[in-house]
Every structure is written in structure tokens, then in C-alpha cells.
Design a protein around this ligand. Structure first.
Ligand SMILES: *[C@@H]1O[C@H](CO)[C@@H](O)[C@H](O)[C@H]1NC(C)=O
Ligand SMILES: *[C@@H]1O[C@H](CO)[C@@H](O)[C@H](O)[C@H]1NC(C)=O
Ligand SMILES: *[C@@H]1O[C@H](CO)[C@@H](O)[C@H](O)[C@H]1NC(C)=O
Ligand SMILES: *[C@@H]1O[C@H](CO)[C@@H](O)[C@H](O)[C@H]1NC(C)=O
Ligand SMILES: *[C@@H]1O[C@H](CO)[C@@H](O)[C@H](O)[C@H]1NC(C)=O
Ligand SMILES: *[C@@H]1O[C@H](CO)[C@@H](O)[C@H](O)[C@H]1NC(C)=O
Ligand SMILES: *[C@@H]1O[C@H](CO)[C@@H](O)[C@H](O)[C@H]1NC(C)=O
Ligand SMILES: *[C@@H]1O[C@H](CO)[C@@H](O)[C@H](O)[C@H]1NC(C)=O
Length: 815
């Protein structure tokens, strides 16, 4: 017995040294792994071993990152069944199963293949996947078992989340009960296998947050899941499998996603080596509207509306009392009942920018088009809505919804079109036959006329305008003088159709002097429609000013004006639509700011500089923007910046470079001192605003409203102090620390201080700024900027202190 014990002990000692010193990545049938020893994957990225959590002495077998000092466990084998002491041993038993034994030889955990096993090995791969396979069979398709099929709370690159339909096998993420207890918690995340599958996070058995179904590009309800520089993803749905997967784009990036019971979130993290910590990159739910079914059936959750639950058009709250938060979940009912007997009394209304409803009761045919889809829906009384299943290339496929529409929200970007069943208008009911004919004929005429008009306007714009001018028609639209706006005129009717009658669902935001809506023209072109508020201070003169200025401007860093409309009290500008919204929604947002790394920001900075240079010096007219700020920088689909909102641009003749005004317009936090205080504006006041913008892009903070220990200081003051003291790293947006080219960033910071100098004659002009951005020559030493920007203005301190958000203000200054 003694000899036997000695042999056993020395052999396990031998084994210990063997495993440890060679940092083996596998065990075969003759080997085992005991507590205290590890397997390390080939390139050293992951470890398999035993660990404890918190103060507990419980031992778990798990996988964690090898090179990350904060131990981050990505997988646990025996999470339901901890071993009470350090006696655990992992081995392959004689029938080829992977078993985890504790001291009394009870099995704490095991994994077996359904297939017959010859000579098995267990290997920890560099992806973090622990696989059981035949020794000579490395094809992933033939793995006998793999840990990627049994995820705990962590989703790693290359791991499929979803279903194998052939075997009915599901892979879903389940949160740890707490950071100290790896046993399964309530929160989980997986794919719901409806006809139209979607990713759903659940709290116990209740839905908690849906992404909405896959639309070929992303999920309409998960705005964080979109093209980015960190990872790409794919949703696969065929007869064999339905799964969601992602891969890192650069191998150097370490990222993981977890479902977290503590925060009740799905969180994606990125490892920042410089800071030695994980930073959150994206979370879900992102806001209240993501919470499942907050607004009940036919309720539309709209962030920014009060209350955030609104009934979609044609519906009213079910509870007749006040529309309290308690009542939201009761949802909405139709204002006019649907009559099912007569198809002619039914129509569909198109809603844009939505997260598609819960797909539990849905039906899909990927080869049908939208028209076939409509007919299919029309023919079944319980079909309440339809949409395309794939939004690429103008849309294809058909999805139908049966029963009440649940969990709808408005999403700014990535939203989708949904056609909801509605009773047709009363007129049609009254004299169905006659009206049908009239409507059909009118539609044909309108379409033909519209097409002709558009074609005519585009091809023969000049001729058309000349002829009309002869008749005195066009110019009367503007002011009766002979002006050439060089722009198509849109009728209010067309704009009303494009924006669904300026529906609040289409609202994109608020610009200077009015609301901006998204619209879609009959030909499918997306547009942004700025409807100038009727009681805004912008009179006809400013309106004409804006139209005139922009019509003449063509530059790739300026938002293009496509047309205008004046009818009665309505003044409307039609711009190209910018799918990525405005810069402020990225740089000031904790999550989204991670999407734009340094190279993208530098590109944005250079683009803004070029756009402004064009306005100041290259365009035929000298244009001073006067309201340059982050929310006026829009981003196109490729994240190229475009300057927008020339509402207050002042047009000059070529050589006039300064002006004085008794009407100060602009945004606090961005205004040059001489402009805010003395109403003196020049290209150099724009340069000042550019300097602020530059600082905000670098620091990821607003000038206004960023307070530091020293409360008297705004961002400019804080930045200047840090810069002077050489503490630049503390200043820059934390999410840039990984991606930035320090020399470039320091140069930009330096340039921003040159732009922020107190005396406008000290500030560089934009051509010099552009030159400095692109050269490596040494830069002048900036003089101290003025810190009190936007804090003191003698005539209007009251207004300023009460205005907390970045809205353009107009001061009627008595000076
Ligand atoms: C762990 O032990 C320390 C010291 O005894 C105690 O303060 C702490 O609360 C314990 N933590 C947990 C999670 O039990
Ligand atoms: C063996 O140990 C496990 C915990 O490791 C315990 O649950 C079980 O009761 C023990 N069985 C025997 C027979 O001691
Ligand atoms: C190996 O382990 C598996 C799983 O626990 C078990 O079913 C099988 O009987 C074991 N084989 C032997 C030879 O003990
Ligand atoms: C999760 O579900 C439990 C049990 O129904 C409930 O008490 C809890 O409030 C839910 N948590 C969240 C965040 O919804
Ligand atoms: C190891 O390999 C994995 C997968 O190929 C890769 O993503 C990772 O960057 C590599 N890690 C190291 C430290 O080389
Ligand atoms: C879950 O969230 C808590 C609190 O935010 C955090 O401390 C913890 O590290 C998170 N868990 C994981 C696995 O990231
Ligand atoms: C889907 O639609 C296509 C085209 O209309 C049709 O040929 C096909 O039979 C449909 N498939 C199903 C399952 O309904
Ligand atoms: C309408 O669709 C529902 C759900 O698919 C189905 O149960 C019902 O039979 C259909 N009704 C008709 C008239 O086709």
C-alpha cells in the first residue's frame, strides 16, 4: 500500500510538473488535470483550471483569459455543482467521457459524446473553446463535444448563439447569480424560434428585452448592433440552423459580451490594455423604451415624448382615465373599429422608423414582395401588419403579424417600415364604387403628373424657371423680387405625404428655428425636412437668406439642400437625409462614443475644417456660419461629417470680413467672447466655435455643462490647465486611449487652443487651420484662452443660466 501510494504521489507530481512546465493545451486518456494545474491554449490566450469566487472555498472548473490580470472567467463547467475542496480532478474515463471527479469519487460534472470514441483528447483552443475530439480529427464539424455549445454567461467571438434545428439543441447565455456565485441566475439571452426569429433576453420565463427580428443588416431594436470597427456579426437562419455569431475584426481586440444579473443588462466589453481594464462598449436595454412591452399593445415608446408611451396613430389609450404609467401596459385600442367583412373598407398605413413588433405570432415568406405581402395580409382578418423581412436593396420578403402588435418603439436610426391595418376613410365607405374609380384615376394622374413634374424639374430646371419667371410665378413664391433660388420647389402636399403629415413618429430632432422630420419621397428617396416653426423669430428674410446661401453651396462636407417650400405660413427646407444623425449623439454618449475611434474622429475634424474653409474662403460668397456646434455636424452613412443648419449664416460680399449685429444668435458654450458680448462677428468667431468643437471631439465632453472639481471652470479652462501641466491623458476621451495616434491628437489639441485665443486677431483662419492639421511643422504657442465663454454675458445672464441644453438661442440685444 505504501509503495503504491508513493508511486501514485510521484506520478501525480510528475504529471503536475509535466502539465505546468510545458503549459500543455490538452489532456489525453492517460492524463488528468488536478486542482492547481492548468491547461493553456497554444498561443497563450486562455487558461482552463480551477478557481474560487469571493470568499468561498468552493472550487469550479472554468476557462479565463490568460493575459488579463483581472481574472475574467468566460466559462464554468460545474457551475451547478461546486466541489467543496481542492480535490477536483478532470480526466477522460475509459469510455471517452470527460469527467470531473471530487475526492469521494463522485462526479461533479461530465461531458460525453453521443458517438463511439476511439482515442479522445481534450484540447483548449485559442478561441477559448474546450473541445473533445478524436486525436487525429481536427475538423470542427467532427468535435465530439465543445464548451462553446454550453455557454455560461459569456459570449465569445466565434460562438454560436441559437439553435441547431436538426437536433433541437439550443445554445443560450445565462447570467451568474452574482459575481460570487456562478450558478445560473434569472437573466438569460437566446433566440426565440418563431417563424420570424429574434434575439430575446428573458428574466426568468418573462421577456425582458427584444432586439426585433433580423432584417439583413441588423436588428431594428438593437441600435448598438451595427457596423463598427471592433467586430462584425452575422445572423444565420436556414432549415438546419438559426444562430447569431460575431468575430473580431482585428485580432488584437479582446471583446466579450455577458448577460449580467447584477446590472440586469446584456453588456459588451472591450479590454483596454493601456488602462488594464474592461470598458463597456454597448449595453442592452439602452433605455426605458427597450423594456419589453412597456407601452402595451399598439403603444409606441418614444424617448423624448411625454409620456414616453404614445398610442400609434388611429389608436387611443385603452384606459379612459388619465394615461398613467400604470395604464401604459394596458395598451391602446382603435379609435374606429375595424370591419372585417369587407376588404374594401380596409387599408394599411405605413409607419417608419419602428422597432418591429413581437414576432411570436408571425408568418414569413422570404421570396414574396411587398405587394404580395399586402394582399396576403389583407385576406386574413387577424393579420394586423406586414413588412419586408430584408431591408437591403430596397426591401424584399414578407412578414405578417397576427393579433395585437406588441412592444413597438420609435428608433432614431435603423428603424423599419411597418404597414398597419387600418379602417379606410369614411368617404370611401359612403360611395365605395364611385370613389374607387375616382381614387384610382386620381392616383394615376397624380403619379404621372408627379413623375413628369419631377423629371421636368430636374432635366429642364433652367428653362422651366426662365419660363416661369417670365410669367412672374416662381419669384412670387419668394419675395416678388427677381431672385434665382436655383432650387426645386416642393409643394406642401408632397412634403406632407413624405413625412406622414409631419407625424411625430418621423421627428428627427430640433434644429435652429424648427423641427426636423424624416421623409420619404414617392421615388423612395429619403429626405430631412426642416419645418420652420411659425412662431420662430426667423422671418421671411432669414428664410430666404438660408435658402439663397445653401443653394449656392456645393461641398462634400456641407449638407446639401434639395429644395424648399413656402406656402401660406409654412416655410420648409428639404435636405439630404443623414442616416447617422449628428455628431453630438456619438461623442457625448458613453456607449456610442466607443464606436468612433481616433482615426474616425480625425477624419471628422478634417472634414469640418474643410467645410468651414469652403464657407469662409472658397465659396463665391463669404459665409459665416455663426452656429457651429456638435449637433450641427451630421454624419453620412460612411461617417463623413457634413455641416448643417445655415439658418443664421450671414452672407457677405467677397471682401467684407466683419460685421456687427444687434441680433446675437448662436449657442452658449460655442460663442466667441467678442460675439457673445459685443455682437461682433467674423470668420474668426466661427474659428473660435471650431476650436470648442475640436476640444469636445477630443475630450468627449461638452464645453458647457462639463464641470470639474474646480466648479468655476468649463471644459476650455480645464483643458488649458491640464495641457499646461502636461496631463493630456487625463483629458482625452477614455475610449480614445486605445485607438489614438498621440502626436495627431496633441496637434489637434494645440490647434484648438490656437483657435480659442481671446483676441480674434490672434486666431488662425481656416486655411491655416487646415494646413496645420495636415502638416507636421511646429505650431505657435497659443495665448491663454478665455475661460468664461458662455458664462457671463452682461445683458443676458438670466437666460444663460436657465438654458441647460444645447439649443440655439437668439438674443435681441439692445446694444
Ligand atoms: C469576504 O470577507 C470579508 C472579510 O471577512 C468581508 O468583509 C466581505 O464582506 C466578504 N465578502 C463576501 C462576498 O462575503
Ligand atoms: C461527495 O462530495 C460531494 C461534494 O463534493 C457531496 O455533495 C457528496 O455528498 C459527497 N458524497 C459522499 C458519498 O461523501
Ligand atoms: C464515464 O463517464 C460517463 C459520464 O459520467 C459515464 O456515463 C460512463 O459510465 C463512464 N465510464 C466508465 C467506464 O466509468
Ligand atoms: C425580474 O423578475 C422578477 C420576478 O418576476 C421581478 O421581481 C423583477 O423585478 C424582475 N426584474 C426586472 C429588472 O425586470
Ligand atoms: C491567439 O489566437 C486567437 C485566435 O486565433 C487570437 O484571436 C488571439 O489574438 C491570439 N492571442 C495571442 C496572444 O496571440
Ligand atoms: C456585472 O455588473 C456588475 C455591476 O455593474 C459588475 O461589477 C460585474 O463585473 C459585471 N459582471 C460581469 C461578468 O461583467
Ligand atoms: C412564398 O412565396 C412564393 C412567391 O409568392 C411562392 O411561390 C411560395 O410558394 C411561397 N412559399 C410558401 C411556403 O408559402
Ligand atoms: C388567418 O391566419 C391565422 C394565423 O395564421 C390562421 O389561424 C387562420 O386560419 C387564418 N384565417 C384565414 C381565414 O385564412
Amino acid at each position: 500500500m505504501g509503495i503504491f501510494a508513493f508511486v501514485f504521489l510521484s506520478s501525480s507530481l510528475f504529471l503536475f510538473y509535466f502539465v505546468f512546465s510545458d503549459a500543455a493545451d490538452r489532456i489525453t486518456q492517460s492524463q488528468s488535470l488536478s486542482d492547481g494545474t492548468n491547461l493553456v491554449s497554444k498561443n497563450g490566450s486562455f487558461v482552463l483550471g480551477f478557481f474560487s469566487t469571493g470568499n468561498s472555498t468552493n472550487r469550479y472548473l472554468g476557462i479565463w483569459y490568460n493575459n488579463i490580470p483581472v481574472r475574467t472567467v468566460v466559462w464554468v463547467a460545474n457551475w451547478r455543482n461546486p466541489i467543496r475542496d481542492s480535490s477536483g480532478v478532470l480526466m477522460l474515463n475509459s469510455s471517452g467521457s470527460l469527467v470531473l471527479l471530487s475526492q469521494n469519487k463522485t462526479i461533479a460534472w461530465s461531458a460525453s459524446s453521443t458517438k463511439e470514441v476511439g482515442s479522445p483528447v481534450v484540447e483548449l483552443l485559442d478561441s477559448g473553446n474546450l473541445v473533445l475530439r478524436e486525436e487525429d480529427e481536427e475538423n470542427p464539424g467532427s468535435y465530439l463535444w465543445q464548451s462553446f455549445d454550453y455557454p455560461s454567461d459569456t459570449w465569445l467571438p466565434g460562438m454560436k448563439l441559437g439553435w441547431d434545428l436538426r437536433t433541437g439543441f439550443e445554445r443560450r447565455l445565462t447570467a451568474w447569480k452574482s459575481p460570487d456565485d456562478p450558478s445560473p441566475g434569472e437573466l438569460s439571452c437566446g433566440i426565440e424560434l418563431h417563424n420570424y426569429p429574434e434575439v430575446v433576453m428573458k428574466n426568468g420565463s418573462k421577456n425582458y428585452d427584444r432586439t426585433g427580428p433580423w432584417n439583413g443588416i441588423g436588428f431594428s431594436g438593437a441600435i448598438g448592433v451595427k457596423a463598427n470597427q471592433v467586430y462584425d456579426f452575422d445572423f444565420v437562419s436556414n432549415k438546419d440552423e438559426v444562430y447569431f455569431i460575431y468575430h473580431t475584426i482585428k485580432n488584437s481586440v479582446i471583446t466579450r459580451a455577458v448577460v449580467n444579473q447584477t446590472s440586469y443588462l446584456y453588456e459588451r466589453y472591450i479590454w483596454i490594455e493601456a488602462d488594464k481594464k474592461w470598458i463597456p462598449y454597448m449595453i442592452q436595454p439602452q433605455d426605458k423604451c427597450d423594456i419589453y412591452n412597456l407601452c402595451g399593445a399598439y403603444g409606441n415608446c418614444i424617448i423624448g415624448e411625454s409620456p414616453i408611451c404614445q398610442c400609434i396613430e388611429g389608436f387611443k389609450p385603452r384606459s379612459t382615465e388619465r394615461w398613467n404609467p400604470d395604464d401604459w401596459a394596458k395598451g391602446c385600442v382603435r379609435t374606429t373599429e375595424l370591419s372585417c367583412d369587407d376588404k374594401d373598407k380596409i387599408g394599411f398605413v405605413k409607419f417608419v422608423g419602428l422597432k418591429l413588433p413581437d414576432t411570436t405570432y408571425s408568418w414569413v415568406n422570404k421570396s414574396m414582395n411587398l405587394n404580395e405581402c399586402r394582399v396576403k395580409c389583407l385576406n386574413n382578418c387577424s393579420c394586423m401588419a406586414y413588412s419586408n423581412t430584408d431591408i437591403r436593396d430596397g426591401g424584399s420578403g414578407c412578414a405578417l403579424w397576427y393579433g395585437d402588435l406588441i412592444d413597438i418603439r420609435q428608433v432614431a436610426a435603423n428603424g423599419q417600415d411597418l404597414y398597419i391595418r387600418m379602417p379606410a376613410s369614411k368617404k370611401v365607405n359612403q360611395d365605395k364604387q364611385k370613389m374607387k374609380v375616382i381614387v384610382a384615376v386620381a392616383t394615376v394622374i397624380a403619379v404621372v403628373f408627379g413623375v413628369l413634374l419631377i423629371a421636368y424639374c430636374i432635366c429642364k430646371r433652367k428653362n422651366f424657371r426662365e419660363k416661369m419667371r417670365d410669367k412672374g410665378m416662381i419669384d412670387q413664391n419668394i419675395d416678388g423680387q427677381s431672385e434665382d433660388l436655383e432650387l426645386p420647389f416642393f409643394s406642401l402636399a408632397i412634403i406632407a405625404i413624405a413625412t406622414n403629415k409631419f407625424s411625430s413618429n418621423n421627428k428627427l430632432g430640433e434644429g435652429g428655428f424648427g423641427l426636423v422630420y424624416k421623409g420619404i419621397l414617392a421615388d423612395g428617396q429619403e429626405i430631412a425636412v426642416k419645418r420652420l416653426s411659425q412662431n420662430s423669430r426667423q422671418g421671411l428674410s432669414e428664410f430666404k437668406n438660408e435658402v439663397k446661401s445653401i443653394a449656392k453651396l456645393q461641398h462634400r462636407n456641407l449638407v446639401r439642400l434639395l429644395g424648399y417650400c413656402i406656402e401660406g405660413e409654412e416655410k420648409v427646407l428639404i435636405y439630404e437625409y443623414m442616416p447617422n444623425g449628428s455628431l453630438d449623439s456619438f461623442i457625448f454618449d458613453q456607449m456610442r462614443s466607443n464606436i468612433i475611434g481616433w482615426s474616425m474622429r480625425f477624419n471628422i475634424i478634417c472634414g469640418i475644417a474643410r467645410g468651414l474653409l469652403y464657407l469662409h474662403e472658397d465659396s463665391r460668397l463669404r459665409i459665416i456660419h455663426r452656429d457651429l456646434k456638435a449637433s450641427n455636424i451630421l454624419l453620412d452613412s460612411k461617417m463623413n461629417p457634413k455641416i448643417s443648419d445655415f439658418g443664421m449664416a450671414k452672407t457677405f460680399g467677397g471682401d467684407q470680413i466683419e460685421g456687427n449685429t444687434n441680433r446675437v444668435v448662436g449657442t452658449y458654450g460655442y460663442m466667441a467672447p467678442e460675439y457673445a458680448i459685443d455682437g461682433l462677428f467674423s470668420v474668426k468667431s466661427d474659428v473660435f466655435s471650431f476650436g470648442i468643437l475640436l476640444l469636445e471631439i477630443i475630450c468627449g465632453k461638452k464645453n458647457r455643462g462639463s464641470f470639474h472639481r474646480d466648479h468655476s471652470m468649463n471644459l476650455v479652462g480645464h483643458a488649458w490647465k491640464s495641457w499646461k501641466e502636461g496631463r493630456i491623458l487625463e483629458l482625452i476621451d477614455t475610449c480614445l486611449k486605445d485607438s489614438c495616434i498621440m502626436s495627431e491628437l496633441e496637434r489637434c489639441l494645440h490647434i484648438s487652443f490656437l483657435c480659442l485665443q481671446q483676441h480674434h486677431e490672434d486666431r488662425p483662419n481656416m486655411s491655416f487651420v487646415v494646413m496645420m492639421l495636415h502638416s507636421e511643422s511646429s505650431l505657435l504657442e497659443p495665448k491663454e484662452p478665455c475661460f468664461y465663454v458662455g458664462k457671463t454675458s452682461p445683458s443676458s445672464s438670466k437666460n444663460q443660466s436657465s438654458s441647460t441644453n444645447e439649443i440655439t438661442i437668439t438674443l435681441l440685444d439692445g446694444r
